[in-house]
Design a protein around this ligand. Structure first.
Ligand code: ADP
Ligand code: MG
Length: 280
């Protein structure tokens, strides 16, 4: 079994883009699975009331089940609600259910409303008797309080960009919001990774989108692109990552390569990206 380099300390990564359908959930699920399969201990936190990430990783998330909603509202800890992914023993999931859709309003008047997830994650990492290499947070398609909580709980933002005509539309607004969160709440936050998804190598448009993103963010964009494949889109209906569903297929290979690229981003590279972002 191939093993990827492990980070010296826990890498906290939120996967965000306020556009829906760009591959946030698919990327969270499959990067987490690829890293777990290659020796990393991984926690995935589903922050989308749709719970697609929970579905794809095969954990229950019916309304009323213990979930991230209970964590944000302080009723339960991450340790109490997390579940093991049935396919990968080194991958745990904090599920989300439709209950989470009420949370933004319910916590809006809490004084620490931006830091609810951060406090829960820090408590978990402090008290857990296991070391986690990665914590991924799958964000809903918005820039609301749930996403702000994700941005306050991590050091790295991973932005999936769909290879389509309007790919870069809205990216400025997202980067701007990340900048505001960094300025006011979380000084260590950086966009460490962008990844082009649903890439079709036969189309000029896909290559143009890649080249454009790469020219704007040369050190941030992964060399690996994720192809559009039927297996990637089928896997969630079997409650599986594509890594488990079709391990030798193009989708699993691409997510494996992307995960390796991410694992190879050393603290030095991440610091260089962060300081370049501060200058910009
Ligand atoms: P988001 O979380 O950003 O809303 P998803 O990850 O749920 O986006 O992806 C949106 C839809 O596109 C889903 O139906 C998913 O299965 C499909 N999809 C995502 N990535 C790919 C891919 N590389 N190839 C084929 N289908 C994909
Ligand atoms: Mg999603």
């Amino acid at each position: 079994e191939a093993k990827f380099p492990k980070p010296a300390r826990t890498r906290l990564i939120a996967v965000a883009n306020q556009k829906g359908g760009v591959g946030k959930t698919t990327s969270t699920v499959n990067l987490a699975a690829a890293l777990a399969q290659n020796g990393a201990r991984v926690l995935v936190i589903d922050m989308d009331p749709q719970g697609n990430c929970s579905t794809a990783l095969g954990v229950r998330h019916e309304s009323g089940e213990p979930s991230v909603y209970d964590v944000l509202e302080g009723r339960m800890s991450i340790a109490e609600v997390k579940r093991q992914c049935p396919d990968l023993s080194s991958l745990d999931v904090v599920p989300a259910s439709i209950d989470l859709s009420g949370a933004e309003l319910e916590v809006a008047q809490f004084e620490n409303r931006n830091n609810l997830l951060n406090e829960a994650v820090q408590q978990f990492l402090r008290e857990s008797n296991e070391h986690f290499d990665y914590v991924f947070v799958d964000c809903p398609p918005s820039l609301g309080l749930l996403v702000i909580n994700a941005m306050c709980a991590v050091r790295e933002m991973l932005i999936p960009i769909q290879a389509e005509y309007y790919a870069l539309e809205g990216l400025g607004q997202l980067i701007n919001t990340i900048g505001l969160v960094q300025e006011h709440f979380n000084p260590i936050l950086t966009v460490s990774t962008m990844m082009v998804t649903m890439f079709d190598k036969r189309t000029l448009l896909s290559r143009e989108v890649y080249n454009e993103v790469k020219s704007h963010y040369p050190s941030i964009v992964l060399d690996t692109t994720i192809p559009r494949t039927v297996k990637i889109s089928e896997a969630p209906s079997f409650n599986k990552s594509v890594i488990s569903y079709d391990p030798r297929g193009m989708g699993a290979i691409a997510y494996g390569e992307a995960a390796l690229e991410i694992a190879r981003r050393s603290p030095v590279v991440l610091d260089a990206i962060a300081s370049r972002m501060k200058e910009a």
